[in-house]
Design a protein around this ligand. Structure first.
Ligand code: GLC
Ligand code: CA
Length: 583
């Protein structure tokens, strides 16, 4: 059993609502969501129970990677609006005692940013060293090759050749997203000042994109060859959590964020062991407040890549939940509680069920799971109404994201262009493609789901299930997923002592079928305890976990609990919370 014993802070109790700006509300009928659209929904977001908005990038950008390729950190992409509208958004949130966090994408930027254009212009440009420029290598055959064998996250080489100066530059994502060289002091200062630009405007925090890629091994060594059939290999050993990573974060924290009391959550890829994670988030080290350890969204990623197959099993969730709920308090770190973001499929489809028979039960179960764990809670817009992935019958033509498309094209080529052999690839895309996390928000049953006018073509497809699954249909229904989420969030805050700051104990074998995830939470100050039982299955399961303790039923997603003999029967996707004063 582990006690968090953590000091209490408003940001720890906060509910953060992630908005993917292109997909929230389109106010001017150009098919793209925008800032005025967000402003028009602040009251809705507050009423759902959120305190903070995390806004995915709205900065000026050629949108090669949906804004994660920034060409000017100090201006807003006109598709989204203007600086004045950002100021209005910030003011509108502050007026309601809410906060705004922006996405901070500073591991890389757009090749259209003026810094990069200058850097590219000549080998002796003062900004040359702000990026990674290296000479080509030449094979024995005299053929020009990239400086090392690293593979880009989106496929192909991580290096792009630039004829003008006969050198390559490093781009771990798209070739149009050159990586910044954080070892350069002037570059760091320039980024710091761009961040202050937003803090001065009232932004309260940041989600730091690709955070632990910011320090690479100085020599950029070749990656180990793990897959001999492939030309390029994952260089994560050399580019993730590199030697100066902690120094850069400590500098950011003390020189940039702390003077404004800004709160940060860092995206942590590749690094998963507790000891390394602790170094980022232990309070005394003054780096970031929280992390997104990728493992929770990676549970169904296959052995060789995101899109190779691995079927989700609740045992995985049990292990990871236990791991982070118990580990964080030991080094005075703080968890983020999340299941969804814009980089994958929806948790409801992947870890729950979007079968119409079970969908509402599964969505409510996931809400109980999240609301009974320690950590700052993050919701992706739409999660509160049980939004799901695109339906299986929708083919590849509806998938427009660069990551999934690149993957599909690569495999199709390997298979001689035969579309009929792509069923397995499509299956994985239907579960994990980033498109699902980016679907337009479903406000109503109208054509285009009320995201934009019905005669407009939205930037991406709207899920046809919006006819039944939308905010309007749920808002006044006390039995809806949305109403359930509101209650779960309210209960979490009401019993913060247990659910946010309490002790945690996982039951490792809780049912013969092994589909029940069950844990106990306890107050650090009183004898009060809560027991949470979650049946991650469309099959019934039973458990004797209630034991002899006097447990009072607190809440569940069926009208009332069911017992048979001495056991508790958990129906498909049933979730139960019990409460005890005894300890
Ligand atoms: C992060 C973002 C993702 C983006 C990538 C490159 O992983 O979450 O959307 O494509 O970084 O910026
Ligand atoms: Ca618009």
């Amino acid at each position: 059993m582990t006690a968090t014993g953590a000091d209490r802070q408003p940001w720890k109790e906060a509910v953060v609502y992630q908005i993917y700006p292109a997909s929230f509300v389109d106010s001017n009928c150009d098919g793209w969501g925008d800032i005025p659209g967000i402003i028009s929904k602040i009251d809705y977001i507050k009423s759902a129970g959120a305190d903070i908005i995390w806004l995915s990038p709205v900065y000026d950008s050629p949108q090669k990677d949906m804004g994660y390729d920034i060409s000017d950190y100090r201006s807003i992409d006109p598709r989204y609006g203007s600086l004045e509208e950002m100021d209005r958004l910030i003011a509108g949130l502050h007026l309601r005692d809410m906060k705004l966090w922006m996405d901070l994408v500073v591991n890389h930027m757009s090749d259209q940013h003026t810094w990069f254009k200058e850097s590219r212009s000549s080998k002796d440009n003062p900004r040359r060293d702000w990026y990674f420029w290296r000479d080509p290598k030449y094979g024995v055959d005299g053929v020009r090759k990239s400086p090392n064998n690293w593979r880009s996250v989106f496929g192909g080489s991580a290096w792009t050749y630039d004829e003008w100066t006969d050198q390559y530059y490093l781009a771990l994502f798209l070739p149009s997203q050159p990586d910044l060289n954080w070892a350069n002091d002037d570059m760091r200062q320039a980024i710091h000042s761009d961040i202050r630009f937003w803090l001065d405007r009232g932004v309260n925090g940041f989600r730091i994109d690709s955070m632990n890629l910011m320090s690479k091994h100085e020599d950029l060594p070749d990656a180990d060859i793990l897959d001999p059939a492939e030309e390029y290999q994952s260089g994560e050993k050399w580019f993730a959590s590199g030697p100066r990573m902690h120094e850069y974060l400590h500098e950011l924290r003390t020189q940039v964020f702390d003077p404004y009391n800004a709160v940060t959550v860092g995206e942590l890829g590749f690094t998963k062991d507790v000891e390394s994670v602790a170094k980022y988030v232990a309070k005394s080290r003054q780096e970031v407040n929280m992390l997104f350890t990728g493992d929770i969204v990676d549970m169904d990623f296959g052995h060789s890549s995101k899109y190779s197959r691995k079927d989700f099993h609740p045992g995985m969730l049990r292990l990871l939940t236990h791991k982070w709920q118990t580990a964080m308090p030991t080094f005075d770190g703080w968890n983020s509680v999340y299941l969804d973001n814009h980089d994958s499929g929806r948790s409801l489809t992947r870890y729950g069920s979007d079968d119409p028979k079970y969908r509402a039960f599964a969505a409510k179960l996931l809400s109980i799971y999240m609301c009974t764990l320690s950590g700052t809670l993050f919701l992706l817009a739409g999660q509160e109404i049980g939004m799901a992935n695109l339906p299986r019958e929708m083919g590849i033509e509806h998938y427009i994201d660069v990551e999934g498309r690149n993957h599909y094209k690569r495999v199709l080529k390997e298979r001689g262009g035969d579309e009929s052999k792509m069923g397995d690839v499509l299956r994985e895309l239907q579960l994990k493609a980033r498109d699902h996390g980016r679907l337009p928000m479903q406000w109503s049953a109208q054509t285009n789901a009320g995201f934009t006018n019905s005669d407009v073509k939205p930037w991406m497809v709207v899920n046809p299930d919006h006819v039944a699954w939308n905010v309007e249909a749920q808002q006044n229904d006390p039995d809806s997923v949305l109403s359930f989420w509101k209650e779960s969030l309210a209960l979490r805050k009401k019993i913060a002592d247990i659910f946010i700051y309490g002790t945690f104990e996982m039951f490792h074998e809780s049912s013969p079928q092994d589909t029940i995830v069950a844990y106990k939470r306890g107050s650090c100050r009183t004898e009060e305890e809560a027991l949470v039982l979650l049946n991650f299955s469309s099959q019934e399961s039973q458990t004797t976990l209630l034991g002899n303790q006097t447990w009072n039923y607190l809440r569940g997603n069926y009208p009332s609990p069911q017992t048979r003999g001495g056991s508790l029967i958990l129906r498909p996707w049933e979730a139960l919370v019990y409460y005890s004063k005894e300890g």
